[in-house]
Design a protein around this ligand. Structure first.
Ligand SMILES: Cc1cc2nc3c(=O)[nH]c(=O)nc-3n(C[C@H](O)[C@H](O)[C@H](O)COP(=O)(O)O)c2cc1C
Length: 216
């Protein structure tokens, strides 16, 4: 089944910086404005290591990033991923990542980006970008980041259900369900499988989806 993006994307920029009004603050405002131009609803929230992140549930996309200080991603964002319920609330969310730093891109890709990505293994990463100091206020670079994000988002949502394959065993299990429930459960399981990056629905995926959807 093809599904069009019925509602505008709801995105939250979840960020950290030790510098009020610094380069990261300016960057996220530019990203927010550029994204809003596409019709998206955008909010921003500054991370605290210990906070309640259940509000993330309201958003389709989480744009997450921070500067590097002394070789580490800024501490409140890293702390939130370890100490709070942020990771739990990011489950099945589509993510875009950014970093601001002074190091060359290859070094940042190798040393800094994995500090975030290691916590986001099950997530769909729509796009990622390391912003060098020269790029932070370059409208073309920010526009490119937002374009990549919106394209990947619409591709991910447009493709939904169209290419999902069911194993024979899983299909048998589905066909064993009462017919009035089958369609709804099929859609729910396909959405789950796609969000988790599975291309085939097996009985194991069905069980996972059941647990995730609170028992079907
Ligand atoms: C105290 C301090 C330490 C920094 N350490 C690093 C570093 O280890 N690696 C790096 O690539 N950039 C480093 N930078 C550069 C910052 O990541 C970069 O300037 C960033 O854009 C700063 O964001 P802000 O203006 O929001 O604080 C450091 C900057 C500062 C001020």
């Amino acid at each position: 089944m093809m599904q069009q993006n019925a509602a505008p994307m709801k995105a939250i920029i979840l960020y950290d910086s030790k510098t009020a009004g610094g380069s990261t603050d300016r960057l996220i405002d530019s990203i927010g404005l550029e994204l809003a131009k596409t019709g998206a609803y955008v909010e921003k929230a500054k991370c605290k290591a210990q906070a309640d992140y259940s509000f993330i549930q309201e958003f389709d996309v989480v744009i997450m990033g921070a500067p590097i200080y002394y070789l580490l991603v800024s501490s409140q964002l890293l702390g939130a991923l370890v100490q709070s319920n942020l990771k739990k609330n990011l489950k099945r969310k589509k993510i875009a990542l950014f970093l601001t730093c002074g190091s060359p891109e290859p070094m940042a890709t190798l040393l800094y980006m994995p500090q975030l990505k290691i916590h986001l293994v099950p997530n769909k990463i729509l796009t990622e970008k390391i912003f060098s100091p020269q790029q932070l206020s370059d409208p073309a670079v920010i526009e490119e980041f937002v374009d990549e994000l919106t394209e990947a988002y619409s591709k991910a949502t447009r493709k939904r259900h169209s290419s999902m394959h069911w194993s024979e065993e899983a299909r048998e299990e589905l066909n064993g369900l009462p017919s009035f429930l089958r369609g709804r459960i099929k859609t729910g399981v396909e959405e789950y499988a796609e969000d988790m990056g599975y291309s085939t629905i097996t009985p194991a995926v069905l069980n996972e989806a059941k647990a995730d959807l609170g028992g079907m």
